[in-house]
Structures are given as structure tokens and as C-alpha cells.
Design a protein around this ligand. Structure first.
Ligand code: ZN
Length: 188
């Protein structure tokens, strides 16, 4: 297993839709193992294949809720059904979201409260997970990655203006930047 470099916003692979997985082979298994290792090292609660430079519809997730219930897994070729996104302004304290492809930053964003994730595992076995709250948010965030959408693309105007400034200051939003967990320590 290996920790892979994580692409930073601006890398074309993060901004284009990923392709369906058709080959369920050893290299897919290796990719998933490496993604799990990378997510753990980052650390993060979710990681999509485009973030490690692979344009395939795969993501991994790992989440422990307030009651200590843990869930982690891998989904391939997912579909996602969501409840309507609440209207109104996102709350800074309870709805701030981050992304390993925009390391160190967090911005509030409204997300649907409920989601149903369907897809297959590495053995092509179909499964379904019903999620609420933060897990539903993780699914929406990672599913977006498979469609070339970053949470940055969904921010309210004021937050998106601030983020654009941050990206400029850090010299990001160029095509070929990445960071490797455990190797690169990104300071503010
Ligand atoms: Zn992300």
C-alpha cells in the first residue's frame, strides 16, 4: 500500500467528470487500498479517485458519528439520491466543509440532510447506505468529485470570493500541484 499525492484544485482531473469503472481487476484493488491509506494519512473522512489523479468513479469514506458509531467503505460507480437542500445561509459552525484538494481551508455550505448511496463494492456486489447529517454530506461531497465538481464551485458568492483570494495567495488553481500526506506539511 502507498500514500498517493493528492491533487490540488486546478488539476484538470478534478474539474472533469470521471469514467465508469469497467475493469474490476487487481489494479482497481490496489487503487482502493492506496486511497484508503492516503485518506487515513491525510487525515480525511473521504477521498475520491480523481483526487489521486485517477479519473474513475470510485470513492472511499470513513466516518465516526457523535455516538461513536463508525462506518467506512468503498463505493464504485455510485448513484446518489438526496433530499432537497435546505434554503438560507449556511452556518459557519455546523456546516463548514473542507476538501483535501483545497488543504487547510473550510467554508460553510448547505447540503441535503438525507442521502441514499447506491453502488457496488470491489466484488461488484451491489449495496445501499442511507445516511443523515455529516455522512450524507460526505457522500454529496465525494459524489460531486466524480462529476468534476468541488465544494468550492458551490459556495455562496461571499465565501467563493474569499476562497478565490486564498487560492491566488497560495499560488494554487494551476494545473499541476499536489501534496502528499506525511511528506508535505502545508502551513497557513
Ligand atoms: Zn474533496
Amino acid at each position: 500500500m502507498a500514500v498517493l499525492p493528492i491533487r490540488i484544485s486546478g488539476a484538470p482531473v478534478l474539474h472533469s467528470p470521471a469514467a465508469e469503472v469497467t475493469e474490476f481487476d487487481a489494479s482497481l484493488r490496489t487503487l482502493v487500498d492506496d486511497m484508503l491509506e492516503t485518506m487515513k494519512a491525510a487525515p480525511g473522512v473521504g477521498l475520491a479517485a480523481p483526487q489521486v489523479g485517477v479519473p474513475l468513479r470510485v470513492f472511499v469514506f470513513s466516518w465516526t458519528d457523535d455516538e461513536g458509531q463508525s462506518i467506512s467503505g468503498t463505493v464504485i460507480n455510485p448513484t446518489l439520491f438526496i433530499s432537497p437542500t435546505p434554503i438560507g445561509e449556511a452556518d459557519e459552525d455546523t456546516e463548514s466543509e473542507g476538501c483535501l484538494s483545497i488543504p487547510g481551508e473550510r467554508f460553510p455550505l448547505r447540503r441535503a440532510e438525507h442521502a441514499i448511496l447506491r453502488g457496488v463494492d470491489l466484488d461488484q456486489k451491489p449495496f445501499e447506505i442511507e445516511a443523515d447529517g455529516w455522512l450524507a454530506r460526505i457522500f454529496q461531497h465525494e459524489f460531486d468529485h466524480l462529476n468534476g465538481v468541488l465544494y468550492a464551485d458551490r459556495l455562496e458568492y461571499d465565501h467563493s470570493k474569499i476562497l478565490a483570494k486564498v487560492l491566488r495567495k497560495k499560488g494554487w488553481n494551476t494545473p499541476d500541484q499536489s501534496w502528499t500526506p506525511g511528506v508535505d506539511h502545508l502551513e497557513d
